[in-house]
Design a protein around this ligand. Structure first.
Ligand SMILES: [Zn+2]
Length: 214
């Protein structure tokens, strides 16, 4: 099963992707990871991408798509994958579809993890992060045993500057502007499924995922 994930920051996309990965044994592939791996291994595509990044320029779509297609041809993607963070634009989406067609494959489903903006802002602004190990907490939903202290390593929990309601609302606005065309695109192709990122228990989320994927 070939899956694309879309969703606002803080809407629960990561949690849902992790559950799909676990239940269906599919690799969770982010474009960030693909870029880092190619650059680290100094592949031809990685060197090419790096030449643009070093100039402060955007990596051209065909380079990105070649890297993605290369990653998707690995053995671990034989029974499918969860693609996260790509495509980001309509041009990428249409070019990606052409590349998939050429290799006789397709996207089976695009999962949109949806969430009310106010709920997302509330969730994100209540987040506290350990400055030592990066573990994430929430002042209401996931409290540490001792206030302000990380359960795992004893580090201090901090409220990150970009986790304030104003900054989050701004980020959400940008997200909606950028993502709506993709939602329309996959909606038109008939394989868009929406799941709420605020379903609560693990069982509820798995039930919703099964409803979509089975
Ligand atoms: Zn910690």
């Amino acid at each position: 099963m070939n899956i694309i994930m879309l969703g606002a920051p803080g809407a629960g996309k990561g949690t849902i992707a992790a559950l799909i990965k676990e239940k269906y044994n599919l690799p969770h592939i982010s474009t960030g990871d693909i870029f880092r791996a190619n650059i680290k291994e100094e592949t031809e595509l990685g060197k090419l991408a790096k030449s643009y990044i070093d100039k402060g320029a955007l990596v051209p779509d065909d380079v990105t798509i070649n890297m993605v297609m290369d990653r998707l041809s690995n053995d671990d993607c034989k029974s499918g994958y969860i693609l996260d963070g790509f495509p980001r634009t309509i041009v990428q989406a249409t070019e990606f579809e052409k590349a998939l067609q050429k290799s006789n494959t397709k996207i089976d489903v695009c999962i949109l993890v949806d969430g009310d903006d106010d709920m997302i802002a509330n969730r994100l602004s209540g987040r506290r992060v350990c400055e030592k190990c990066g573990a994430s907490y929430h002042i209401e939903h996931m409290k540490p045993v001792k206030e302000g202290i990380c359960d795992k390593c004893g580090g201090n929990l901090i409220h990150r500057k970009d986790d304030t309601v104003d900054v989050i609302k701004d980020r959400l606005k940008t997200y909606h502007e950028q993502t709506q065309p993709l939602i329309d695109y996959y909606g038109k192709n008939g394989n868009l499924k929406t799941v709420s990122g605020f379903l609560g228990s693990k069982e509820e989320i798995i039930k919703a995922i099964e409803g979509i994927l089975n």
